[in-house]
Design a protein. Structure first.
Length: 646
């Protein structure tokens, strides 16, 4: 390459338009008469001066310049061995106050000149060209960056020397480096299948065109460029957060060699990446979501979501990033795109639901309040669609995460569920209808929902009574567990309906349910004082409790029927009697000062009927003993109750 001529531009500017036109005419004649063997040397002096002459306002001068350039194009187009004065052209292009038309023609011949220099010169010039690239017009930026990545593909697909790496490291201006890295990422995202127009996953149409220059790129060329980019970026030793998206894109490429190299660099260079880096998370969301809504840049500027493989890897990152959980509205857009978006996969649905669980767990409350109700609606829609298959592992995981997400939202936003029992009905129903593999996680979500109804309105609590009793009597072990858990958590000790559920639970086949039910009836041990407990420890009125029991089992009202068989298991009767004795003691203490009220006397009669029933019909020894003890206790403490001595 010849040394740049420092006087080419200035000498042309010093001449008058007439002199300049005459000089250009002589140049054209000389050019026409020159042999091809002498053309390169002639162009080294002629081309910079000719292009500089375009700064003239004379139409005659400009026409003569265009005539010369047309002749040059015809002569050199099919002779790639004829070199062009790259350094001189670059010097003119980078001079201050150069006319736009001069720059426009310079960049065309600079691109042509790059094709004609040897590899050693290309390796030197490519990184130098990146310096101050942010200061040149956008259209020219694309050309320069395309030239650089082309050189990288040609020269560095198998490795890069330390001398060349140092030149790339010398690009320290943030804007220049960012433009270069963005273009490298665009190239990495581009896929051969995108040829023939249209956008590419992860890119807009305009970004894809920047990579290709509107020309066909063969797979082997793309492979070389991508591998070369990975070698150069590795050598630049940039922060992990800066290069992570590029390495992640490489690991999701369609070509195996790129994927392998991308995976290696992720392990080697990006293992210590900080997923709380807000800038990194925003870039990953743009890759995952694409451009959302109307883009002011027009349809060619609309970025498409990345391919499914890359999106899946990004979602794995999001599920380890609290910053990602708090990037509203991108978080919401990402979740809905994964679950319902066009082209989604079962794997993306699973990861989208897993990310939902992460968001519900780690999002700030102000963020959660904005997106929680919307996401919940989407989850319910997903469950109602019933499109999952128990035999598909991803489908199973998706449904599992859906119920986990509901459970987390219940804990963090209980007010979302408190005013109606829709979710309670749904979860208790799922405990009965869903496959056994899901019942454990549904049980967790159902238990968590109990928190939401603590302190709900009386109408809501009334509606829940029937739901709990029905699910204890008709549900499986999970539904029975949740029914007893809700009864002990939501309602106070003096609440009759919930204590009846606990009474039934004392005879359950499951030990954990029995223990929980007993604690619901007797929140403290016999030798402990009832202090520091979450519920009120006031027992129900004896009459109220008996009326509720008899309402559930009206057969006890009939003398003939109650003598036929026990209506509850013996162990249940034992705890019914023990609890009723506590109610009796509580009522008796209130009646001691004022005498036995008619209401108390009525309750005593009902209690006696129940005790008589347990002793008439054959029951367990423990039941017979408990009933006898209860009768003696009542008789000894209420001497004025005449019917006990009849």
């Amino acid at each position: 390459m010849s040394e740049p001529s420092s006087s080419s531009s200035s000498s042309a500017a010093a001449k008058s338009d007439a002199e300049l036109e005459e000089m250009l005419d002589r140049m054209l004649t000389r050019l026409a008469l020159s042999d091809d063997s002498k053309l390169q040397a002639l162009l080294a002096r002629l081309l910079p001066m000719t292009i500089s002459s375009l700064s003239s306002t004379s139409s005659a001068v400009r026409n003569k310049v265009l005539e010369i350039l047309s002749h040059v194009n015809k002569r050199v187009k099919y002779q790639p061995d004829i070199g062009l004065p790259l350094l001189d052209l670059w010097k003119i292009y980078t001079e201050d106050n150069v006319a736009s038309i001069v720059k426009n023609f310079c960049i065309v011949y600079i691109e042509m000149a790059f094709e004609r220099i040897d590899q050693q010169e290309k390796q030197i010039m490519a990184p130098t060209s990146i310096a101050n690239v942010s200061k040149i017009p956008q259209q020219h930026q694309e050309i320069v960056l395309r030239i650089v990545t082309k050189v990288i593909g040609e020269c560095h697909s198998t490795g890069v020397s330390s001398e060349v790496v140092e030149k790339y490291r010398a690009v320290t201006v943030p804007q220049d480096r960012e433009l270069f890295l963005d273009f490298c990422l665009f190239t990495m995202l581009y896929q051969p299948s995108s040829q023939g127009g249209g956008s590419c996953p992860g890119l807009s149409v305009s970004q894809a065109n920047k990579v290709t220059g509107n020309l066909q790129l063969k797979s082997d060329i793309l492979l070389s460029r991508k591998l070369g980019i990975l070698h150069v970026i590795e050598g630049m030793d940039l922060p992990a957060e800066v290069v992570y998206p590029l390495y992640l894109a490489a690991s999701s490429d369609s070509q195996e060699a790129v994927v392998k190299r991308g995976d290696e660099l992720l392990k080697k260079k990006a293992s210590g990446v900080t997923f709380e880096d807000v800038s990194l998370i925003k870039r990953l969301f743009l890759l995952c979501n694409g451009t959302i809504g109307t883009d002011t840049g027009g349809p060619d500027s609309k970025i498409q979501p990345a391919n499914a493989t890359l999106r899946a890897k990004i979602l794995n990152v999001f599920c380890h990033s609290i910053a990602a959980a708090n990037t509203f509205p991108s978080t919401l857009q990402c979740i809905f795109a994964c679950i319902y978006g066009h082209g989604t996969t079962m794997r993306l649905k699973q990861l989208g639901m897993e990310f939902t669980v992460w968001v519900f767990k780690h999002a700030r409350l102000d963020q959660l309040q904005m997106m929680g109700p919307v996401i919940l609606t989407g989850i319910i829609k997903s469950l109602d669609s019933n499109m999952t298959s128990e035999s598909d592992s991803s489908a199973r995981e998706t449904k599992t995460f859906a119920y986990q997400a509901i459970g987390l939202l219940e804990k963090r936003m209980p007010q979302l569920f408190r005013d109606k029992i829709d979710m309670a009905v749904r979860l208790f129903g799922a405990l009965k209808l869903e496959a056994p593999i899901f019942r454990s996680v549904i049980q967790e979500a159902t238990v968590a929902l109990a928190v939401a109804y603590k302190g709900a309105t009386s109408s809501v609590l009334k509606d829940l009574e029937g739901l709990l009793l029905e699910n204890y009597q008709q549900g499986g072990s999970e539904a029975r567990f949740c029914a007893v858990r809700w009864a002990t958590w939501i309602y106070d000790l003096h609440h009759c309906a919930s204590r009846f559920v606990c009474m039934l639970g004392t005879g359950d086949s499951k030990l954990d349910i029995r223990e929980m039910a007993i604690e619901g009836l007797f929140p403290w041990k016999e030798d402990e004082q009832p202090v520091d407990h979450d519920i009120s420890l006031k027992f129900p009125k004896l009459r109220d409790m008996l009326d509720y029991i008899l309402k559930q089992q009206p057969m006890l009202e009939s003398t003939e029927l109650r003598e036929q068989k026990l209506l509850f298991p013996s162990e249940v009767y034992v705890f019914i009697i023990k609890f009723l004795l506590k109610c009796f003691e509580s009522d008796r203490e209130e009646n001691e000062t004022s005498g036995l009220s008619s209401e108390f006397m009525y309750a005593m009669e009902k209690l006696f009927v129940l005790l008589e029933h347990t002793m008439v019909v054959e029951g367990s020894t423990a039941l017979q003993g408990c009933a006898s003890t209860a009768l003696l206790a009542i008789a000894s403490r209420t001497p004025r109750v005449g019917f006990l001595s009849d």
